[in-house]
Design a protein around this ligand. Structure first.
Ligand SMILES: NC(=O)C[C@H](N)C(=O)O
Length: 589
C-alpha cells in the first residue's frame, strides 16, 4: 500500500443505482438518473474554475484540492451511468460481471475505481467482485448511501467524497467498501442497519482505514501486490449456489428439497460455532448430498466469531461432509463458492481445498499446524499449499521459485497446483530460468486443460523461450494435436524461419513414415510441399521409399492448411469470449 504519487489521479466512478441517487416517485424511492449532473452542481464534487482553466473534457469532473498545501494534486473522475439503474435488490451476478468487465476494459486508463451501488446487496457485490478480480493492483471502492444525495441531511455526499478521495490518493489493491468514515475489506462486511448511517460492519476484521481529521491506514491489514501479474477477471461464476439458514427443528424433508440439483453448492448458516441438529435423518440428507458432489460450506449465523470443532453438534456436520467456512460472512462464502465452482477444470477435492484456503483475505486461516493434515490432492498441489505457510521473510524465495513450479505443474497437467500458485499471487506468465512460460511447458506436455486455462488468462501464445521455441513448436514436436488446435485458435503461428526449415523436418518425418508427426506440422500451418535442404519435398521422399501410407496421407493433406483444425476450438481463446447467461440489455453508457 502506498500513497499515490503525481499531481493528477484519474478515477472511474461506475454508478449502478441505489438510494444515493434515488428520487421519490408516488411516495416511494426509485433509482434516479443523472448523478453526474447533480455532482457537477455541488462545489465539493466539482471545481468548475479548475476544469475550465485546464480545458477538461465535458465528462470529467474534478475535486477541489484535498490539501491547501498541494493545490496541484487533483482527483479527476468520470461517472459512467449504468442503463438501467438498479435498486440493488435486483442486482445479480450478471450485473456484477458487467461491472468487473467494465473495470477490466478501463483498467489501463484510470488509477482507481469507485462503484456506486445500493446498500442492500452491497456486501454481496463487494464479495463477488473481490473474487472475480484477481491480481488487482489498483484501488476499487464500493459506496452508496442510506439517504439520497439531494436530501438536505444525507450520508451520500460524505460517503462518495470519502471513496473518491481514498481511491484517488491511496493505492489499496483490494475491493473495499467505504461507509461512514470507514474503509472495510469488501468481502468482510455485512449490512447491519436499515436506517443508521453506520449501515455496515466488518465483524471479524478491523477497518483497513478510518477517516477523521486525518486518514489512518491500517497498513499491516492491507493486502500486498505480489508480482506484476495482469488483472484477470473471472466471469464464469457458478450461479447454481444457495444459502440455507438452519433453525431449531428444521425438517430433514425441507433440507432434502433445498439440496436438489441443479444446486451445486450451498452455504449453510449454522448455530453458534458451526453447530446444527444431530438428528440422523438430517445428517443423512447432508451426507447424501455431499456424496453426490454438492459442496456444503458451514458458516455461523453469528455476526462475530468462527466455525470451530469444539462441539459434537459441529463435528457431526463436518462428519456429514460439510466444509468449515471459518469466520467468513455468508455473503463472502456464497461469492467464494460461486467463484470456486465456476473455475474450469478442477476436481471436486481441488475445489474443496481452494474453499478451505484464504484467497482474497476473506477468512482468518486456522494456525498452520491445524491446516497441514488437511492438505490433500496432488504432490505438487501439496507443495504449493505448503508454500502458503512460509513466513513473510520467505516471500522472495517463494516468488523466485514460483515460475519453475508453475512450469512443472503445467507440464504435469496439475491445474490445482497452478490455481493455487495463481491464488498466491504468482504471475503465471513469468518465465523460468530457461525462458519458458507455463504455456510452453503445458504445450510440451500435451496438457490441453492447462493450455485452455492459460490462454483464458491471456498468456502470450507466441512467446519464445531462450532457444527461440514457441509453445506451438513444442506441441508440434510432441505431436499433441488437441493442444495444437487450441494454440492455433488463439492465434499461434509458425514463424517464417520455422516454415522455411519445416521442409527438411517434413522430409525426415516422411522417411521415417511418421504420419503423426506430418499431421502435426500440417495442423500447425506448415506447407507440406515445402522442399527440404536438397530441394526434395516430403512427398518425393515417401514415393522414393515406396511408403504408400505416407504418400496417401500427404496427398490427402496437401493443398489444405492447418486452419481446418480450428473449427472445434474457435472462440475458446479469450476469457472475454466465455458465454454469459442473463440479460445483455444492461450496459454502461
Ligand atoms: N440504501 C440503499 O441503497 C437501499 C436501496 N434499496 C438499494 O439497495 O438500492
Amino acid at each position: 500500500m502506498a500513497r499515490a504519487a503525481g499531481p493528477e489521479r484519474r478515477l472511474l466512478a461506475i454508478y449502478t443505482g441505489g438510494t444515493i441517487g434515488m428520487r421519490s416517485e408516488r411516495g416511494v424511492l426509485v433509482p434516479g438518473k443523472g448523478l453526474a449532473a447533480v455532482l457537477r452542481t455541488l462545489p465539493m464534487f466539482h471545481d468548475e474554475g479548475h476544469a475550465q482553466a485546464c480545458g477538461l473534457p465535458e465528462d470529467t469532473l474534478v475535486l477541489p484540492p484535498a490539501s491547501p498545501t498541494c493545490p496541484d494534486q487533483r482527483v479527476m473522475y468520470t461517472v459512467l451511468e449504468c442503463q438501467p439503474l438498479f435498486d440493488s435488490s435486483d442486482m445479480t451476478i450478471t450485473e456484477w460481471v458487467q461491472i468487473a468487465q467494465t473495470i477490466e476494459r478501463h483498467y489501463g486508463q484510470y488509477h482507481g475505481f469507485v462503484v456506486i451501488h445500493g446498500t442492500d446487496t452491497m456486501a454481496f457485490a463487494a464479495s463477488v467482485l473481490s473474487f472475480m478480480l484477481e491480481n488487482l493492483q489498483k484501488t476499487v471502492i464500493l459506496t452508496g448511501a442510506q439517504v439520497p444525495i439531494h436530501a438536505l441531511w444525507n450520508d451520500g455526499r460524505e460517503n462518495l467524497l470519502g471513496a473518491l478521495l481514498l481511491a484517488g490518493q491511496y493505492v489499496i489493491p483490494e475491493v473495499c467498501l467505504f461507509f461512514q468514515n470507514q474503509l472495510f475489506r469488501g468481502n468482510r462486511v455485512t449490512k447491519v442497519d436499515t436506517r443508521r448511517f453506520a449501515a455496515f460492519c466488518s465483524p471479524n476484521l478491523p477497518p483497513l482505514a478510518t477517516v477523521g481529521a486525518d486518514v489512518t491506514i491500517n497498513r499491516e491489514l492491507v493486502r500486498k501486490v505480489r508480482g506484476q501479474g495482469r488483472l484477470v477477471v473471472h466471469s464464469s461464476m457458478e450461479r447454481d449456489v444457495g444459502l440455507l439458514r438452519l433453525y431449531p427443528g428444521i425438517p430433514a424433508t425441507l433440507v432434502r428439497v433445498f439440496l436438489q440439483p441443479p444446486l451445486k453448492g450451498v452455504v449453510m448458516e449454522t448455530f453458534g460455532s458451526g453447530n446444527g441438529p444431530t438428528k440422523p435423518d438430517l445428517l443423512q440428507e447432508l451426507r447424501a448430498a455431499a456424496e453426490r458432489g454438492l459442496v456444503i460450506v458451514n458458516c455461523t449465523h453469528c455476526l462475530q466469531g468462527a466455525v470451530t470443532s469444539d462441539y459434537g453438534a459441529g463435528t457431526a456436520l463436518a462428519g456429514a461432509g460439510t466444509i468449515s467456512g471459518s469466520d467468513m460472512t455468508s455473503e463472502a462464502a456464497l461469492a467464494k463458492l460461486s467463484y470456486v465452482l465456476g473455475l474450469p477444470g478442477l476436481s471436486l477435492d481441488g475445489r474443496k481445498e481452494l474453499l478451505a484456503r484464504d484467497l482474497r483475505g476473506e477468512m482468518t486461516l486456522p494456525a498452520v499446524d491445524e491446516l497441514r493434515p488437511s492438505l490433500r490432492g496432488s504432490t505438487l498441489g501439496r507443495g504449493v499449499a505448503q508454500l502458503l505457510s512460509l513466513s513473510q521473510e520467505a516471500e522472495d524465495v517463494r516468488d523466485a521459485l514460483a515460475p519453475s513450479l508453475a512450469c512443472a505443474a503445467a507440464h504435469a497437467g496439475d491445474l490445482e497446483a497452478l490455481q493455487a500458485l495463481a491464488e498466491l499471487g504468482s504471475d503465471l506468465s513469468l518465465e523460468d530460468f530457461g525462458g519458458q512460460t507455463p504455456l510452453h511447458s503445458a504445450a510440451r506436455g500435451g496438457q490441453a486443460g492447462v493450455v485452455t486455462m492459460l490462454l483464458q488468462r491471456g498468456l502470450d501464445v507466441n512467446a519464445r523461450d531462450k532457444d527461440g521455441l514457441s509453445p506451438l513448436l513444442l506441441a508440434v514436436r510432441g505431436r499433441h494435436q488437441g493442444v495444437i488446435g487450441l494454440l492455433r485458435a488463439a492465434g499461434a503461428c509458425l514463424s517464417p524461419q520455422e516454415l522455411e526449415d519445416s521442409g527438411t523436418e517434413l522430409c525426415r518425418l516422411a522417411s521415417r513414415a511418421d504420419c503423426e508427426g506430418l499431421r502435426a506440422w500440417w495442423q500447425a500451418g506448415a506447407d507440406l510441399r515445402q522442399p527440404g535442404y536438397d530441394g526434395r519435398s516430403a512427398l518425393h521422399v515417401a514415393e522414393a521409399a515406396g511408403n504408400l501410407e505416407v504418400v496417401a496421407l500427404l496427398q490427402s493433406l496437401q493443398g489444405g492448411v492447418g486452419d481446418q483444425a480450428l473449427g472445434p476450438y474457435l472462440g475458446l481463446h479469450s476469457s472475454r469470449d466465455l458465454p454469459l447467461s442473463g440479460s445483455a440489455a444492461w450496459c454502461l453508457t
